[in-house]
Ligand binder design. Structure first.
Ligand SMILES: *Cc1c(COP(=O)(O)O)cnc(C)c1O
Length: 466
């Protein structure tokens, strides 16, 4: 016991650690407060490890090396690039859509200095923030007017409030969705001061259900795209066109939350047909909302298109200012939308669309190429095989669609699949895969050509790290 106390008393002080070579080397690149914090935390950790019965090396040089590693970790950027090999294209936790090169260049150009964000260069007068994207959105959707906010959840909240605050919005029980991150239709309505009037049943809603629910209090007919689930079997729902006809008859606006919102028809990829924004507009929906960073493949944004008077009301609502988009988002969105003016350009340059379209054979080739490189880099420690593995779209879009392909299955000598996955996640760059049947699966559909060498390096480092 006395020994223990003596040892604990003899743990080096923070000052002593800061003067050890390993810590002194960091003096130029890591602020003093951060180095001191790392030293304090390291000593505290050692104390608990020691009291828990382990016998860590208590020499000042060894402790300083550990504190230096912690200080370096604290000083490194916290939000980082990650290699996504999960097989999910629009992984919300991994940042959804990667941007097109042109969009990244535009962010660079606009963020380095000043921009004409709200300045009309022709007249020299104040301009409009959303003018840079409005014409493009009108053109691509066929709508009379368009505006943008921070994300689609914000777009829905703002549109509901602006159009129907204090009144009822009628929604089918089959469309009462929850999206990840606590976006639930009933709660968003309550937050917007709109009274929810549910109609129909989970599996069947008919036009007469809406007709019967309409009254003095009705302010809006709302249609919500069931983006992340499907109701199958004995079902019925009311089409956009029928809702529009009813809304027109009774003088009630109709809004549709499309969720992902595609600008082009994806059936050419062999994917199920998703309603496009232009179709919703052509059906006569007054206000259509959708995300910028789902299948559209742009930055996080909530896009609102529709009839001029309705969009004007939304734009002028005080909450629009609280949800406004910044210049980096707007330039990236503008550039992404421009690519859609030529659908072939869009398919070639927008990463999400390219990833959707990768043929199975190409995925097999990628796996075989990675396998060869990993053999060279890692030798006997790693066993690899190429296995059939589907991808999913994710991000609450096309929930039933499985994109067939291949993945590389890894097992490492002396490491469980969990341990290998953990090493890869904490490596540089971090690699995120998926575990199945005790093997780590790396799905290369979402890996760009330039990232392949980074992946090889990361796997090789994971096998040699301690
Ligand atoms: C994804 C989604 C939302 C939320 O959009 P964010 O851009 O994530 O805010 C809202 N409604 C539907 C139907 C969705 O699919």
């Amino acid at each position: 016991m006395n020994d223990k106390n003596t040892l604990l008393r003899n743990l080096p002080s923070v000052d002593r650690l800061l003067n050890e070579p390993a810590m002194r080397d960091l003096a130029d690149c890591i602020p003093q407060a951060m180095r001191a914090e790392a030293a304090r935390q390291t000593v505290a950790a050692l104390r608990s490890e020691f009291l828990a019965g382990t016998s860590p090396d208590l020499s000042a040089a060894v402790i300083a090396a550990r504190a230096a590693a912690l200080a370096r970790a604290k000083a490194a950027p916290a939000l980082r690039r990650v290699l996504n090999l999960t097989g999910t294209l629009l992984h919300t936790n991994l940042g959804r859509a990667p941007l097109a090169p042109a969009a990244i260049e535009s962010i660079d150009a606009v963020s380095r200095g000043y921009s004409n964000l709200e300045f009309d260069l022709e007249s020299g007068e104040r301009g409009h923030r959303y003018s840079h994207v409005e014409e493009l959105l009108r053109h691509l959707s066929g709508a009379e007017a368009a505006t943008v906010v921070n994300n689609n959840a914000g777009a829905v909240l703002l549109a509901l409030t602006a159009l129907a605050k204090g009144k009822e919005a009628i929604v089918s029980r089959g469309e009462m969705i929850e999206i990840g991150g606590a976006f639930r239709v009933p709660e968003v309505m309550a937050a917007g001061g709109v009274i929810l009037r549910e109609v129909g049943t989970t599996n069947k809603t008919h036009l007469r259900d809406y007709v019967e629910a309409i009254g003095e209090e009705t302010g809006l007919l709302l249609k919500v795209h069931t983006s992340n689930y499907r109701i199958v079997g004995f079902t019925a729902s009311v089409s956009a066109a029928e809702m529009v006809e009813l809304g027109r008859e009774r003088g009630i606006p109709v809004m549709e939350d499309l969720g992902s919102g595609m600008l082009i028809d994806l059936s050419s990829f062999g994917l199920p047909r998703e309603p496009t924004v232009a179709e919703a507009v052509a059906a006569g929906i007054d206000v259509v909302t959708f995300s910028g960073d789902k299948l559209l493949g742009g930055p996080q944004a909530g896009i609102i298109v529709g009839r001029r008077d309705a969009v004007e009301k939304i734009r002028r609502h005080p909450m629009a200012r609280a949800l406004r988009s910044d210049k980096l988002t707007l330039t990236a969105l503008e550039t992404t939308l421009r690519l859609y003016l030529d659908p072939r350009r869009a398919l070639a340059d927008i990463p999400v669309l390219r990833m959707l379209a990768v043929p199975e054979e190409e995925l097999k080739k990628r796996c075989l190429r990675l396998r060869r490189s990993l053999r060279t880099a890692c030798g006997e420690r790693l066993q690899t095989s190429v296995v059939p593995e589907n991808s999913t779209v994710g991000g609450g879009a096309l929930p039933l669609t499985e994109l067939p392909g291949y993945a590389l299955a890894l097992t490492a000598a002396g490491l469980s699949a969990d341990a290998l996955a953990a090493r890869l996640r904490t490596g540089d760059p971090p690699v995120v895969g998926r575990i199945r049947e005790d093997r780590l699966l790396l799905n290369p559909r979402t890996l760009s050509g330039e990232e392949e060498k980074d992946l090889i390096r990361a796997v090789s480092a994971a096998l040699t790290s301690e």
